[in-house]
Design a protein around this ligand. Structure first.
Ligand SMILES: [Zn+2]
Length: 101
């Protein structure tokens, strides 16, 4: 049971320090997600940094492609998390590694 004032409050738009910024709605969403330590793309809890593992990898591959990089830095966060993630899962659910080679 809500009082009238609380119901009014629920209908209001999100009001925080990002509301007045002159940036796009998407950017605000990203900033809010970052503040709450969630993935800036899907809102899942972020492992570390500002993205979930899935999007961390996606972002990495996107940047590689864009910059035409050849080397892979296996000590880097997303690779380590990926490796840990693979160990966790049963072998049956593994997908073929298109990235190797
Ligand atoms: Zn994500």
């Amino acid at each position: 049971m809500f009082h009238r004032a609380e119901r009014e409050e629920m209908r209001k738009r999100i009001k925080d320090k990002f509301t007045k910024l002159k940036v796009s709605r998407q950017r605000k969403y990203q900033l809010r997600m970052k503040r709450d330590h969630r993935c800036t793309e899907c809102g899942e809890p972020a492992v570390q940094g500002s993205r979930c593992l899935k999007h961390l990898v996606k972002a990495r591959e996107r940047q590689r492609k864009k910059r035409g990089l050849k080397r892979r830095y296996y000590g880097t966060l997303s690779y380590r998390l990926q490796a840990a993630d693979r160990k966790k899962r049963p072998a049956a659910s593994r997908r073929p590694r298109a990235l190797a080679a």
